[in-house]
Structure formats: C-alpha cells, structure tokens
Design a protein around this ligand. Structure first.
Ligand code: J2J
Length: 536
C-alpha cells in the first residue's frame, strides 16, 4: 500500500535553505497563485476553449466547487488522483480543484490506455480518476471503467463536464492547509527502461520553474499562450506553458489538436502571442504557413522542444512564420534550458539554450565520470532548485538515475558551449524519441514477446524525416510467420498508447550477433540499427 508515503521536501536541508534564501522557493502553493490572480484581476480571461471563456474569478469558483466535490467523496488530502484530460476548458478547474483540496494529481496523457493507466494507478496508489466523457470520438469514461475494474483501490471515476467536475457544488467548508514544500503532483517520465516512472514535483520547485520561465519568455497580462501539445506534458504545462501564463496574468487558449488548420485558425482568432511545439509539428506548420488564409501576425514566439530541432529547419522559422524561435530543451524531471529571445540568431538556430536558473548545476562527463572540456560531447548530469532527487517508489531506478550527491543522470549527450549554452548531441539510453514522445524500447519488446508467434523481438529507433525517429521492431517469428498488421493489432489490443505501436516490423531469421542477455541488449540494438541503415 503506497497510500501514506508521499515524501516530504526531497532536497537536503542545506540546499532547501539556499533555494529559499535566493528567493527561488517562496512558500507559495498552486492554490495561492490562483487566489492571488483572481483577487488582482477577477474579470480578466484566464482560459479560452472553443466558445467557452473562463475569467480568473470563474476559474477560482469552479476550482473551489471541484475541491468541494472531491472532498465530499471522502477523498483525503494527500490522496492521489489520476487526471486524464485533453485540452478542454475543464482541465484547469479540475487540477486547481485538486490542489485546493490538497489532493495530488497524477498526469496521464490522453493517448494513454488501459495498461498504462493501471500501472500509474497502482504505482501511485491512486484513489480516483478524473476524465472527460467523449473526446474526438474516444470514450474515456469507458476506458476509466475498465481500469477501475482492475484496480480496486481506485474507488471513484469522476467524469468532468465542459468546465470541470462538480460544477455548482458548494466549496469545502474549510480548505485543507497545503504545505508548499511538499509534493504537489506526480508527473510521468518518458521511461527509458521499462515502464514510465512517477516524478514527484513540489509546489515550491515547480512554481519557481514556471515563474522564472514566464520571465525568460517575457510573459505578461497581454500574453496569449496557445496550448497546442497535450496540456499534461511538462513542456506545455510549465515551460512556461499554461501555468507560467496564468502566473503572469495572461490568457491560455486550449487547442484541441495541433494540426495547422486548427492551430492557425486559433492563432488568428484569439491573437495568440506564443506557443510551443515539437520539431515535427514545427516542420508541418512551416509547410502550411505560406498557404494559410489565417492571420498569424500576432505570433511573436514559437518555442520548439522535446526533441532535437535541426539547424536547417530552425533557420527557416523567422522567414516562414514571422516570429522569433525559442529552442527549449527540458525534461519532466526538472532542468529546462531556453535560448533567450534576444540571443543572436546564431545561438537561437544552433543551440538548445541554457538553464533557467543560476543555481542549476550542470556536469558534462565522459564515460569514466570525469568532466570533459567545453565543446566536447559528454553525459549531462544536473541538480538544482527544480530538479528531482528521486522518482516516486522506484528504489532500483533511483540508484541508477541519481548519483549519491543528488545529480540526476539525464541520459542525454550534450556539448557545453561558451556562456553555458548546450547543444544536444544524442543520448546514451535506448528510449525512442518519436515526435517528442519518449518510448522505452524494452516496454514495446515486452508487448511483442507476449505474442504467441513471436520467438524474440528487439525494438530500435530509426531516423525518420517526419517523426525524427520511428519505432522499428525486429522480430524472429515462429512458424507460421504472422503478418505485420496482425502483430501491430495485437500490441495495440494490449491497451497501450498508439504512439508506442511499432511503425515498422522487420522479420529476421536470427539476430546474428554475439550480444546475449539483457546487458548487451543495447549492443544488439545498435547492431540491428546499423545493419538496417546499411541495407536501406
Ligand atoms: C533535444 N532533445 C530534447 C531538445 C527535450 C520543455 C521541453 C521539453 C520537455 C521534454 C520538457 C529537447 N533537443 N530541445 O519537459 O519542460 C529530450 C531529451 C530529454 C527528454 C525529456 C520541458 N527537449 N529533449 O521533452 O520529459 O532527451 O520533457 O532528456 O518528455 O527529451 O523528455 P520529457
């Protein structure tokens, strides 16, 4: 039972004291932020979604109703609640309601399915799940019911309406006291080995990250942020994203899907000033921009992150979209780097930016753990005022992912350049970065191996002109050899996000390699990838 073990502030006391003394951690909770903004400018619009506009006062009122509703179910402060919501008006009332009630959101993506949700529910010890009914043709309430049937401790499925759950419900008689140094929510990691891990973020650390991000991005009351990626992703949530925009008193426009037609019409209609996308979307938008009938002239900043944006593409952003590019290299575990808006074009095009905070500590190390000179590729390790010190409930992953003195091993290979700018060169781990979604090769292999006609399977990333990387599964079949579409359908039916289903299946008679066992799996992956690319 994981119900009582959400950790206290996870940084050592001397670090915490320093982060407070420097003014990074201000003892402010999510609820405090919303209350302050609603008091300062109640009538300003906070969120637009379709025809719905919620003012800051509306948002607070709906969040208070939601808090009252959650607590009336018997949920207790500290309980975990999975939130699986697409980009709808109800997203923010749902999660601010949880914060006001002292409950801990666990953010799932709209793309997640049965297997992933069950894993999150068990790992987090979640007691409830908040979903929409139907969205873009998919029945999330039905999915939630399937998950609930498998996880008895998940007592409540809460179906949020258009503007959140429990609309009109009375607020709690008393709001629980929330300690800003404690965990506010659990974010989902990309999961480079095995299943996604849960990332505990505190009010203090996360609010610092988006407050400082909003400042770096020049956000203010006139800013209009288009939330084009799924709001539960760390990038659109906090870099500076939805929360940074609200912190600055601006307006969030929820974009139901990021195709150019939908996004451009919202940019034109709502006067969007800033948005963030992954590289494949940036490419798509640059293709579509010259032909669009929508007015994109309000757009000042296009942020691109989540995967490497190639310099050739980066150099075309200003000419095609008429705005400043900002590269963003971040991770849900913490550290976020930005190119600054007034950096020379050369830096903006060729680097992935520099850290948010003067207290972000960055190490670039060789394989033996020694620092490399600037300009030489090495492993990126980091610690700082908004980077976690441990995953939630993952003793063995923690031993691998963090050094004894608290540095997080990002798995990324970077070069440090003058001024502390970073250039991402690749990564040491074996996750696949498919259009910004991180997929564990191991996790997909396990699903393939469950197929009765699959003798063995190895999953690798293959460079892809549209996705950045695609998922390629090498499969040794049993007789009779199954067909590729049948294997894909089988994997999909295991209840996983569509973005994890292999794009391509290559049948091979054997793996022709000296690599055996788990430890050499990376060697095998590298061999198969090299052989495939050579034959292509
Ligand atoms: C190369 N690789 C990148 C970039 C992330 C802001 C922006 C992105 C994320 C994110 C985020 C990259 N160039 N510009 O949380 O707040 C790869 C790295 C990194 C991993 C983290 C944010 N930007 N990456 O993408 O947790 O490999 O966060 O370690 O999903 O994405 O993935 P994630």
């Amino acid at each position: 039972d994981f119900s009582t073990d959400i950790p206290r502030q996870p940084w050592p006391d001397d670090f915490a004291a320093r982060y407070r003394a420097r003014g990074h951690w201000r003892g402010e909770s999510f609820g405090d932020v919303l209350r302050a903004r609603a008091a300062e400018h109640p009538d300003r619009i906070a969120v637009t979604a379709g025809e719905t506009n919620l003012s800051y006062a509306d948002l607070l009122a709906r969040a208070e109703s939601a808090a009252g509703g959650y607590l009336s179910l018997g949920l207790q402060p500290g309980d975990r609640v999975i939130v699986q919501l697409p980009n709808v008006a109800g997203f923010l009332p749902s999660v601010f309601g949880l914060f006001l009630a002292g409950l801990i959101p666990v953010y799932a993506l709209p793309a997640h399915r049965r297997t992933e949700l069950i894993h999150f529910a068990r790992r987090a010890g979640a007691r409830a799940l908040v979903v929409t009914g139907r969205f873009e043709g998919f029945d999330y309430a039905a999915l939630a019911a399937e998950v609930q049937a498998e996880v008895p401790q998940l007592r409540h499925v809460i179906v949020a309406g258009e503007t959140g759950p429990f609309e009109g419900h009375p607020p709690p008689v008393t709001f629980p006291k929330v300690d800003p140094s404690k965990v506010a929510f659990l974010q989902i990691s990309g999961g480079s080995t095995g299943l996604s891990k849960l990332i505990p973020r505190t009010h203090d650390d996360y609010i610092y990250s988006f407050r400082a991000s909003a400042e770096i991005c020049g956000l203010g009351p006139d800013s209009v942020y288009l939330c084009a990626l799924p709001a539960a992703h760390n990038f659109p949530m906090s870099s500076p994203g939805v929360f940074g925009t609200l912190y600055a008193g601006g307006r969030v426009v929820m974009c139901p899907n990021p195709n150019p037609e939908t996004a451009f019409s919202l940019i034109g209609r709502e006067g969007v000033t800033i948005t963030g996308v992954v590289p494949p979307l940036a490419l798509l938008w640059m293709e579509a921009a010259p032909k669009t009938r929508h007015d994109l002239s309000s757009l000042q900043v296009l942020q691109v992150g989540g995967a490497k944006f190639m310099p050739e593409a980066a150099a075309r952003v200003r000419g095609t979209l008429g705005c400043t590019l900002q590269q963003v290299f971040g991770m849900a575990e913490g550290l976020v780097n930005y190119t600054r808006l007034d950096d020379p074009e050369e830096i903006i095009v060729n680097t992935q930016g520099r850290p948010i905070s003067p207290d972000d500590e960055v190490l670039v190390l060789d394989d033996a753990g020694n620092p490399v000179p600037d300009g030489t590729p090495g492993h990126l390790l980091t610690r700082g005022p908004y980077t976690i010190r441990a995953y939630h409930n993952e003793p063995s992953a923690n031993a691998r992912s963090f050094t004894p003195d608290g540095f997080y091993r990002t798995g990324d290979i970077v070069k440090r350049l003058p001024g502390g700018y970073l250039s991402v060169q690749g990564r040491a781990g074996d996750h696949i970065n498919r259009a910004g979604e991180k997929i564990s090769a191991e996790e997909v292999e396990d699903h393939l191996l469950a197929h009765p006609q699959v003798y063995d399977a190895t999953v690798v990333s293959i460079p892809d002109p549209h996705l950045g990387e695609r998922i390629c599964a090498f499969v040794i079949p049993r007789e009779p050899c199954p067909r590729a579409p049948e294997i894909k359908a089988f994997v999909r039916a295991r209840g996983i996000a569509e973005f994890k289903v292999p794009d391509q299946i290559v049948f091979v008679p054997e793996f022709k390699t000296t690599a055996v066992g788990k430890v050499s799996r990376n060697v095998l992956r590298a061999e198969l990838r090299a052989r495939y690319l050579a034959e292509e």
